[in-house]
Design a binder for this molecule. Structure first.
Ligand code: GLN
Length: 447
């Protein structure tokens, strides 16, 4: 069914960078045998799934939607993918994204733009726009994405699907091509909260190959799927409902809060503080880490190498000039600048201090509340082409998602209505570290 749907809509939606019908069918047959003989017994056995193209898949191209990795075939799979293989998942292909996950619209991909299945003139969000669009268009039943500053939650919101950004350390980053290593997490995008929780349960694991992976007491998330928010304390940060928030988005999100209240949750407004510093801090830290992480793409070890060059330095220069797109270059320049001597203290160190203070603000809030509720993005999906001309405006759109990454917290994005044009609106629920179950439980109210 998924392959048929890909054939029917992929030329419009373009959710995938690549897909392989033959190997998917072969794998499906193997898994079917495994289900029959009892090898695969879990809920994900045989489920057709897509994977964002910055997550390594052994023997299958992983491009990060960049020209510099156009022919890169990893020799190993990400730990999250290995976990899914053991569950009997059937992989269909790799989904489109903003180049190296830098962007909010999937328009910076070197392999063409993905379109929003609800309105093909609009963006699907980003950077996991291909994963969100593929799920929304039924080109797969579930997908993996990655979230450094909102890249699972924001496209989920624009495409009317559900997505979870897990607590930093819950899902192994081994095999996830690094953007901002201290912020990156792999997470699920799916049709609903139940599917997301089920997928999260399968990909979360302790992994010695990722030194920031945390050993959890329990990897059970699905037992939180119960319709009960009685007595749950939910905080609404006033700072998330001020200037810049679209009126229709605001109404839909507050209506969702009302529903939770009617079901017995205690809903209260509060001041979160420091919200305005999250964007500058994030764009300094993420760019700094990216400039370092992306230094490995030099034409020697991976992927693309320029054709004509004179000497080694010229080869590096030409390879990187030709291989990276404009947004990636902008981030590398910004990152190199804030890390350079004389500026390190003024920008990078200051951003790290801001990050620590933002975490403290959340710690304070979670002394009082189980869950924090707000919008995912200030607006519904913008038109294709509208964001690219003004990067600062695009960065400002990350206001509600970014601090969650800076503080390492879990967040879920789920649909909570439509605007007057029929475009989906997303609701965000944020939990304390390793408290995924609380946000899953609150979100399940809407299922
Ligand atoms: N839009 C943000 C950025 O461009 C977040 C991207 C992400 O989470 N990967 O950095």
């Amino acid at each position: 069914a998924a392959l048929e749907q890909i054939k029917a809509v992929e030329s419009d939606v373009h959710g995938y960078v690549s897909y392989d019908e033959e190997s998917a069918l072969k794998r499906a047959e193997e898994v079917q045998k495994g289900i029959n003989d009892g090898t695969y017994t879990g809920p994900l056995a045989g489920v057709p799934m897509a994977i964002k193209d910055n997550i390594c898949t052994k023997g299958y191209t992983t491009t990060c939607s960049s020209k510099i990795l156009e022919n890169f075939v990893p020799t190993y799979s990400a730990q999250a993918v290995e976990n899914l293989i053991k569950e009997g998942v059937v992989f269909l292909g790799k989904t489109n994204m903003d180049e190296f996950a830098m962007g909010s619209t999937t328009e910076t991909s070197a392999y063409g733009v993905t379109k929003n299945p609800w309105d093909l003139d609009k963006v699907p969000g980003g950077s996991s726009g291909g994963s969100a669009a593929a799920v929304a268009a039924n080109e797969c039943f579930m997908a993996l994405g990655s979230d450094t500053g909102g890249s699972i939650r924001q496209p989920a919101s624009y495409c009317g699907v559900t997505g979870i950004k897990p607590t930093y350390g819950t899902v192994s980053r081994y095999g996830l091509i690094a953007y901002g290593s201290s912020l990156d997490q792999i997470g699920p995008l799916a049709k609903d909260v139940t599917d997301c929780a089920t997928l999260l349960e399968a990909i979360a694991s302790h992994d010695e190959k990722d030194s920031t992976s945390v050993r959890l007491e329990s990897y059970d998330f699905t037992s939180a799927l119960k319709d009960d928010v009685k007595g749950m304390k939910i905080g609404i940060p006033k700072d998330y409902f001020g200037e810049g928030l679209d009126e229709e988005v605001k109404e839909a999100v507050l209506a969702a809060a009302k529903t939770l209240e009617e079901k017995g949750a205690i809903v209260e407004e509060f001041d979160l503080g420091l919200v305005e510093y999250a964007i500058p801090a994030y764009y300094v830290i993420a760019a700094a880490e990216a400039s370092s992480n992306l230094s490995r793409f030099d034409g020697v070890k991976y992927g693309y190498r320029a054709k004509d060059y004179e000497g080694l330095h010229n080869m590096y220069k030409k390879t990187r000039s030709e291989g990276f797109g404009a947004e990636v270059k902008r981030r590398i320049m910004l990152g190199s600048f804030v890390l350079s001597s004389g500026y390190y203290d003024a920008y990078y160190l200051k951003a790290l201090r801001t990050k620590a203070l933002i975490k403290k603000e959340f710690d304070k809030a979670f002394e009082k509340y189980d869950v924090i509720l707000g919008p995912v993005a200030p607006t519904t999906a913008p038109k294709l082409g509208d964001s690219l001309s003004d990067p600062i405006k695009m960065y400002l759109g990350d206001i509600y998602t970014i601090s969650v990454n800076l503080a390492g917290l879990p967040g879920i994005s789920l649909p909570c209505g439509k605007d007057k044009n029929g475009m989906p609106i997303g609701l965000q629920l944020i939990g304390d570290c390793f408290n995924e179950k609380k946000i899953i439980q609150a979100a399940y109210t809407f299922e």
